[in-house]
Design a binder for this molecule. Sequence first.
Ligand code: AHM
Ligand code: MG
Length: 347
Amino acid sequence: MDQLITIERFIIDQEREYPQATGIFSRLLEDMALAAKIISRETRRAGLTQILGMAGRVNVQGEQQMKLDIFANETIIRINSYGGRLAAMASEEADDLIHIPPEYACGKYVLIFDPLDGSSNIDANISVGTIFAIHRRKSFDGCGVIEDCLQPGRTLAAAGYVIYGPSTMMVYTTGNGVHGFTLDPTLGEFLLSHPNISIPAQPKYYSANHSYEPHWTNGVQHYTRWLQGREPMNPEKGGMDASACPLSARYVGSLVADFHRNLLEGGVYYYPADTKFPQGKLRLTYEAAPLAFIAQQAGGYGSNGQQPILDIHPRSLHERTPLFIGNTGLVRKAEAFIAQDDNGTPK
Ligand code: AHM
Ligand code: MG
């Protein structure tokens, strides 16, 4: 008989496999699920701000309306500030480290997040997402410090994302497989819908913003033509062989949506360095690293085109990185083209 398993029950069942677990980590994941439900509720009403009151203006109830990315940011901070679980937080929406208010205890984890990635898509009613990463703190006591957040993805304790699409899903890993939960809005519960996700061996899609092609390196341009089945690599130098190609192009322009589709269907997403973004556009600590950890747990791979994303030691909270992520063989192929044709820097 099919079982109905809520995310809370699943988290507790996983915790039982670690007798030394204190439960703090489980509560942290449950808090993220609660934040996701609240953000989901608000994104569902996004188009209604037009008639109920625009962001930054007063709505018909006389309440101040907030932009959704600010709302998402404040929701995650509010839910995670107390409870003694975290030593500090960092967010795409905050320049500096977010400290735990002095009236609350500091805990042993740090949370780094992008509260509403792809938020420029909201006005067109396109899927957006939240991405989060949880590290064990490095500092020993007191409040957390920035070095607690500047750890390579390889040491992540957990990572996940929430996609606000036709349905809302939360997908996460604690290094023990990737599991997906779909929100039943009538119950207000995330139910296990996608246990043990693994990227299909046969990919279907590649996802990149083609309008930047003239600004890409020779390696990335050749790689793109290879994905389209228009250009062989002679001799084949690693990664998937050309029988996988041509792949179909799909690009939402909302990282969580593009990543999620390729995770379930097979494919590669890339946002390389180019002349507009010489370091790449995406952020290492709260976009690339958590998604690379999830990809790895699902049998895939995330690279900056030259080395694994998970090996990069961040130097600052908002550091950017090129990103190639998805089926291992497709990402290794990008590395092979980049190594063959350029040194990874824009022309
Ligand atoms: P954001 O963090 O400002 O929302 O930007 C990140 C977004 C990603 O979701 C998406 O993959 C990418 O930027 C799209 O960029 P572009 O419009 O240049 O293709
Ligand atoms: Mg973002």
